[in-house]
Design a protein around this ligand. Structure first.
Ligand SMILES: [Zn+2]
Length: 488
């Protein structure tokens, strides 16, 4: 009898000791760089320039590429007038009606250049929510220590912080070692970036320009978002998910009177197909990128969290189920399925012959768009629902290295600006322009230093988008360090 108790107890002690060894063996990935404070930030003028930029309603549109062109022109004119040194010293190349890039020629033409990319367009404001905004969404108001309005985060804060930092360095007579390109696209928010990122990338390809590294928007500085870590966490995106929107259509070729309906209608067939897709999501797994994130975060956590994170071989399933509770973390674990559009019918007493829907998938590394098509066909298993593939598909990106010169430069610039920040590589679930720019470099990073707390997540593309003045100043300091550090 004793033996039956003793064996499991010994096993338990053995497993426990292995987990404890792993906790203490987990070495920190963090490096230490001393903070560097640049004295001369003209923050009042910088705020005025960002706040003016928010007042231009640069909303892009997929259907009408010329939408708000007067606003885009006015914003570009605002940039031209605000940064005289940039406009006299850097070479500007116009690519589309409102997209362009600057080239700041470096001393050493044998060193590969770097590319900083931003977008000047913003998403529109849902008219039904305007009254819920504390300050007018396109007012650029400065109040309570914040600059308010659409674009104050995404992505005019980056755009203006980069321009501010370059202008400061030019005034100091600084000349970078390697050339620095700044690409400003006009249509990131319409997803396909045809006039912006895609067109600019084609110019780079024609000129055979390859970049040492690329820094695009994407991940942020997370504050209080990851349990077990109180310090700010600068998550540097090393991979982006793929993107495909599939059309689904049911065409029964006959409608009819709603007083004598068949047992199944076009809308009913399509709806039950959509419901099956929603119920049968792609399986969850802790892939390479989320695993890397946790490897980097584990040594920085309190003991109980570190115990779990350092022993994913044992606790992986528990962690997976914990992460699957929140939409934002579940998205890191699989290819997501989201029904985004549905149409069918035009009159209450007429049976529609056709019904259509759109399902948007964000594809994780390891899956391809072909896997999405196969999966969808298998789940639908109904030949009355036709699948329509879009012209533009983005496969998931490759995973950029955490030991490249680019990653180290970004990490160093973060720590010199925000000394208590922890740096960790991460995944970006949303589409960004780097889906195009990724063609001209192996090292693509997706990060901009906006601080995001639990209360802030819904401000992205949502109500009361704003940036604190201290954070905006920090962003300028970050890009200053990044440009200087890129010379090393
Ligand atoms: Zn953006």
């Amino acid at each position: 009898m004793k033996k039956f108790i003793l064996i499991p107890l010994c096993l338990l002690a053995f497993v426990l000791s292995i987990t404890l060894v792993n906790v203490f063996r987990a070495k920190s990935f963090q490096t230490h760089y001393d903070p560097v404070l640049t004295k001369t930030i003209p923050i009042k003028d910088a705020i005025r320039r960002l706040s003016a930029a928010i007042r231009y309603k640069t909303v892009s549109s997929l259907e009408n590429p010329n939408a708000n062109s007067d606003q885009f022109q006015a914003l570009n004119e605002h940039i031209r007038k605000s940064y005289p040194m940039i406009n006299s010293k850097l070479k500007k190349t116009n690519v589309s009606n409102a997209s362009f890039f600057y080239e700041w020629k470096g001393r050493n033409q044998n060193s590969k250049p770097i590319l900083l990319c931003v977008h000047s367009d913003v998403v529109d404001v849902d008219p039904s929510t305007i009254s819920l905004w504390t300050h007018s969404p396109f007012g650029g108001e400065v109040s309570d220590g914040f600059i308010w309005g659409r674009g104050s985060w995404d992505n005019k804060s980056s755009l203006f912080a980069i321009l501010e930092s370059v202008e400061i360095l030019l005034k100091q007579g600084y000349l970078p070692e390697r050339s620095i390109f700044i690409a400003i696209g006009q249509d990131e928010e319409t997803i396909y970036g045809k006039l912006g990122a895609k067109a600019i990338t084609e110019v780079f390809q024609k000129r055979n320009i390859r970049f040492e590294y690329i820094l695009d928007e994407g991940q942020v500085i997370a504050e209080g978002l990851i349990p077990g870590i109180e310090k700010p966490i600068a998550l540097v995106g090393i991979a982006g998910k793929g993107y495909i929107s599939l059309g689904l259509e049911t065409d029964l070729k006959e409608g009819g009177h709603s007083s004598m309906p068949p047992l199944e209608t076009a809308v009913g067939i399509l709806s039950s197909g959509l419901s099956r897709l929603e119920k049968n999501q792609f399986p969850l797994s802790l892939g390479e990128v989320p695993r890397t994130t946790f490897e980097w975060l584990a040594p920085e956590m309190n003991f109980s969290s570190r115990w779990i994170m350092s022993n994913l071989w044992l606790f992986g399933p528990i962690l997976k189920s914990k992460l699957s509770e929140k939409n934002s973390t579940r998205a890191q674990l699989h290819t997501t399925t989201a029904i985004t559009k549905i149409f069918g019918g035009f009159k209450d007493n007429v049976l529609p012959a056709t019904a259509q829907a759109t399902v948007n998938f964000r594809i994780i590394q390891g899956d391809t768009h072909q896997d999405v098509l196969n999966w969808t066909r298998r789940i639908l298993e109904d030949e009355r629902i036709r699948l329509i593939s879009p012209d533009t598909i983005f496969e998931p990106s490759s995973i950029s290295s955490t030991s490249s010169k680019g990653f180290e430069t970004i990490r160093r610039s973060i720590q010199e600006t925000i000394p208590n920040a922890i740096v960790a590589p991460a995944m970006v679930s949303a589409y960004t322009d780097s889906a195009h720019y990724g063609l001209v470099s192996e090292n693509v990073y997706r990060f901009f230093p906006v601080r995001v707390g639990p209360d802030d997540i819904n401000r992205f593309h949502g109500i009361d988008e704003r940036i604190s003045i201290t954070n905006f100043e920090e962003m300028i300091r970050f890009y200053l360090r990044l440009i200087v550090n890129s010379s090393d």
